[in-house]
Design a protein around this ligand. Structure first.
Ligand code: IVH
Length: 661
């Protein structure tokens, strides 16, 4: 009897909730809703054994977690590539048209919130997770359950993952900040930060009070539900009770997309939530599959980002800094100003030419702009605001740290400090060595490296590996405890096992960036082989040109550099290429390939290596487990067997064009 009444109320509340929060068309009053909710809360208190896990009473919050559990996304949560103007949109469309005849697109608003993955098992919401780094996110289920337009139960008992955006409406953001101001608390810079801060609360009552909302826009496994297009997928999500943004347009011609962009560039301010661009997605799901993914983005979609706002501020001074290569960079010291959610007080002016071309002077009012995720730039001077006492720029002639004369490299705008013993260069190169894309030594931020350098613990790369000898002393330092020092030492120890490309990048060889390091490591396999490579051998490597080859040869001609490497070898730093870096490519990823017949344009070994590099496997026999058979000339029985089993067959040229893609 009681259980029946509770179920009845749950149904009424779920329906009311859906009508109010998703359809924006309530059929009962707030008063009635509250009365039902109160009745249910009372019944649940009296009969806790009857409380359902999907009861709408969880929306008021109450669950408190101790920390955020890590969640692995079985299918990575990718981000979107960006385009900023018409010509980049046209190139995106051209790339698509190479693969797809007459593509259709769906245009959507790009909601400025944070991505979320929702997992339903048997139709019940069992997990909500943040994107994190795309592979590992955080469990925020307790907070997600409080978001009123996220269904706790689906109308069908499906196992399904749905992705979308959690955001804070503009008016909720404003009242939240007003309340925080009244209470003397720090203000949130924008609705996105406020939403992100809210889902990262341990106590779900806080998130429940923040009036968060959601729009869902992606079903990673749409084909499981017999869906054929993105548009259909959105309709399906709506039927399941999710909020799907209504401002969608299906288009066949690029001019319609440009129109859509123009309309929303003007109308975006009228929306009750913030958007930061327009997302363009190839509509047909088979076509999406054909295009596949890069390691970071789907190739079948992109985001047009609205132009960033410009802000004006005073340029108070110009300071010079010295990078690890010795390059001396002028930096603008600014009157602090808010731009796209963060306070800017310093930004690079790149080099002398950048400053003189724009005639940037100390004391000028300058326009600053931030495009996409890049660092803010001084784009121009407001010359009409000059009062006459602005000081014209003058490049310095001596290193601001060690005083040695600066040298301007041929055909380059930059000036360099050539003193190998210059402290600034050494500190920067140590910071670079430990940085995330280089040796990835956890915990070694800029200031720790600088402090350790000044305290003589860290003067050269190999010193990282003897820091453990000073463990006791380091633990005594202010701001460090045994745990933080142990973490640093663990990070150092782990870095010994990095694959060669990290070390090559970490050494800071001029012109050897992350990508070149990877190319070199996978080609030469060991430091020894690379060290012995001649100029001609180097330029024979794909993507290595004259400048890079010259720089590598000259790096290894220097005895001092050999010593640096020998010291690292001695302390146990790995000097070989370890892992094959898998690029996610749908056509190869997790698939089994069989090669048959003789291949003309690629050796069998190279073909196998390429398949593995793209995430596939190779096998020598054709079976029902084979996904693709690549057929060269004069194929044998394997070809026949593949035909018999109905396995996908690629000719050599199809294979080559897919790997080149
Ligand atoms: S699609 C594989 N659609 O923008 C599908 N993303 O800058 C990837 N975003 O990480 C996402 N609105 O958090 C998609 N309508 C929309 C979106 C959207 C906002 C976010 C999302 C993504 C980020 C990329």
């Amino acid at each position: 009897m009681i259980e029946k009444r509770m179920n009845e109320i749950i149904e009424i509340l779920n329906k009311a909730n859906y009508e109010y929060n998703t359809l924006d068309a309530p059929t009962i009053t707030d008063q009635e809703y509250d009365n039902y909710l109160r009745e249910l809360i009372k019944l649940e208190e009296k009969h806790p054994e009857l409380k359902r896990s999907d009861s709408p009473t969880v929306r008021v919050g109450g669950e408190i977690v101790e920390g955020f559990r890590k969640i692995t996304h079985e299918i990575p949560m990718l981000s979107l590539s960006n385009v900023f103007n018409e010509s980049e949109i046209i190139s995106f469309d051209e790339r698509i048209r190479k693969e797809v005849l007459n593509p259709e697109y769906t245009c959507e608003l790009k909601i400025d919130g944070l991505s979320v993955s929702l997992l339903y098992k048997n139709g019940k919401l069992v997990q909500g997770a943040t994107r994190g780094d795309g592979v590992t996110g955080e469990d925020i289920t307790h907070n997600v359950r409080t978001i009123k337009n996220i269904p706790l139960t689906l109308p069908e008992p499906l196992d399904i993952e749905i992705r979308g955006e959690i955001y804070m409406p503009k008016d909720s953001f404003q009242s939240l900040n007003e309340e925080r101001e009244r209470n003397g608390m720090d203000l949130f810079a924008n609705p996105r930060n406020a939403a992100a801060g809210s889902v990262r609360q341990l106590d779900s009552k806080v998130a429940a009070s923040r009036n968060l909302s959601s729009f869902l826009y992606h079903l990673p496994e749409a084909e499981k539900f017999s869906l054929h297009s993105h548009y259909e997928t959105l309709e399906f999500m709506k039927r399941l009770g999710f909020s799907v943004n209504p401002n969608i347009r299906k288009i066949c011609h690029l001019h319609e997309l440009l129109e859509f962009i123009q309309v929303w560039t003007e109308k975006r301010h009228e929306l009750p939530y913030e958007i930061d661009g327009i997302v363009i997605k190839l509509d047909n799901l088979d076509d999406q599959k054909k295009l596949g993914y890069t390691a970071k983005y789907p190739r079948w979609a992109t985001a047009y980002k609205f132009p960033a706002a410009e802000v004006y501020t005073k340029l108070k001074d110009i300071h010079f800094s010295v990078g690890r290569t010795g390059q001396v960079t002028p930096n603008a010291i600014l009157e602090p100003v808010m731009l796209a959610g963060s306070t800017i007080s310093k930004t690079t002016l790149h080099n002398e030419e950048y400053v003189t071309l724009r005639d940037i002077r100390i004391g000028d009012v300058v326009a600053i702009k931030k495009a996409g995720d890049v660092i803010p730039e001084v784009v121009r001077v407001l010359t009409e605001r000059r009062i006459g006492d602005e000081i014209p720029f003058q490049m310095i002639q001596e290193c601001p740290i060690c005083g040695s004369p600066l040298v301007r490299a041929e055909k380059e705008a930059a000036y360099y400090c050539k003193n190998v013993h210059c402290d600034a260069k050494k500190i920067e190169s140590l910071i670079h060595y430990a940085s995330r894309d280089a040796m990835n030594i956890d915990g070694f931020g800029d200031s720790i490296v600088e402090d350790f350098y000044n305290m003589n613990y860290l003067k050269k790369f190999s010193d990282f590996y003897s820091l453990f000898q000073s463990k006791e002393e380091l633990m005594e330092l202010e701001g460090f405890g045994s745990k933080s020092i142990q973490n640093l030492l663990d990070g150092i120890e782990n870095s010994k096992n990095n694959s060669l490309e990290r070390l090559l990048f970490a050494l800071g060889i001029r012109h050897v960036g992350k990508k070149t390091a990877k190319v070199l490591a996978s080609y030469f396999k060991t430091m020894d082989c690379l060290q012995k490579a001649t100029f001609d051998e180097l330029i024979a490597v794909k993507d290595v040109g004259d400048i890079i080859a010259k720089s590598i040869v000259s790096y290894f001609q220097n005895e001092e550099n050999h010593r640096v490497i020998d010291e690292l070898r001695l302390v146990g730093v790995n000097m070989s290429f370890l892992s094959k870096q898998v690029e996610v490519n749908d056509e190869f990823f997790n698939k089994t390939f069989v090669l048959t017949g003789s291949l003309e344009s690629i050796t069998r070994e190279a073909a196998k290596e390429k398949i593995e590099l793209l995430g596939g496997k190779t096998s020598s026999t054709v079976s029902s487990k084979t996904d693709v058979v690549v057929v060269g000339s004069k194929p044998g029985s394997k070809y026949e067997k593949a035909q018999e089993l109905g396995i996908t067959i690629w000719t050599e040229s199809e294979f080559i064009s897919k790997i080149e893609k």
